[in-house]
Design a protein around this ligand. Structure first.
Ligand SMILES: [Zn+2]
Length: 297
């Protein structure tokens, strides 16, 4: 493992793929700096909502890298509280966008904690028709706990996640995390470990993961490779080609125009009473202006 060849010495804004071969574990690490900061700064969310958005972005980047797909991976959270919805998607090209919707009548930050609800995982493939969807209930108002539960229960894959985010004194957001998954028993290998060994190895890896601090996850100047070496130095982590990430929304004037034109006639007549109609993308906050003629064609 060496950083000498890398232009991006910190490995921020990419998913670092690694394995701990001796423990039969695969891992992912991510730290986002300007991407998460720009996504959140485009909005005026309450602090708790921004914190959930930051968490959701890092979790989405970690999870999207676990699947082989050609299209869009998305994580969506539906909650019964004043925080109504969180959404993030990551394309197979590493393009990330995220947003939240909340009840603006509330002023108390505690009202924006996650309530009862669901986290939905979706993979939409561009080339094939098949769509993967998984769902898990929100556990204890905690995103990380909820998604960890999803992998442990629904997918039967022991999964450990440590995630963190923060806003520094200059107002800049950083978010990241490390995920470990125990690989399914391949069977038939010469060095097949027995179940007790496998359980001990997994426990050992979880103890190591729990020693990772929020400061290490969010320190923009600390190389993610160094973080992994500190955590797993005895296990000798093997690092693979990373997945670069960029902030990119998929909205366009044409797509919004399609939406406006497909509204029912009464709604359309109502909005086209105004000479100019402004529509804002809920993900990236870009504003698009249309005339009544644009919409009525
Ligand atoms: Zn947009």
């Amino acid at each position: 493992m060496s950083d000498t060849q890398d232009a991006n010495q910190t490995h921020n804004n990419e998913v670092v793929l690694f394995s701990l071969d001796a423990l039969d574990i695969r891992g992912r690490a991510v730290r986002l700096d300007h991407i998460v900061d720009e996504i959140i700064s485009a909005h005026d969310y309450p602090q708790s909502v921004s914190t959930y958005v930051a968490q959701l972005i890092s979790l989405s980047c970690l999870f999207s890298s676990l699947f082989k797909f050609d299209g869009i991976f998305s994580l969506q959270v539906q909650s019964s509280s004043a925080l109504k919805m969180l959404a993030c998607d990551v394309t197979s090209k590493g393009e990330v966008r995220a947003c939240a919707s909340f009840d603006e009548d509330h002023a108390d930050e505690d009202d924006f904690k996650l309530g009862e609800g669901y986290v939905v995982f979706t993979i939409d493939q561009e080339s094939e028709k098949d769509r993967y969807q998984g769902i898990v209930q929100i556990h204890n108002g905690d995103l990380v706990e909820s998604v960890q539960h999803y992998f442990n229960q629904s997918e039967q894959i022991p999964t450990g996640i440590k995630a963190a985010c923060n806003q520094d004194a200059d107002g800049r957001w950083t978010a990241g995390g490390v995920l470990l998954q125990r690989l399914p028993d391949q069977g038939g290998t010469a060095e097949k470990t027995d179940k007790t060994d496998a359980r001990d190895q997994w426990q050992h890896a979880m103890v190591l993961l729990s020693s990772l601090t929020d400061e290490e996850i969010c320190d923009r100047d600390l190389s993610l490779h160094d973080v992994l070496l500190r955590l797993f130095h005895a296990e000798g982590p093997r690092v693979f080609d990373p997945i670069p990430l960029v902030k990119k929304c998929r909205c366009s004037r044409d797509k919004l125009l399609d939406v406006l034109r497909s509204m029912d006639p009464a709604e359309r007549a109502d909005i086209t009473k105004e000479p100019e109609i402004e529509v804002q993308c809920e993900y990236c906050a870009e504003k698009y202006k249309f005339s009544a003629e644009d919409i009525n064609g």
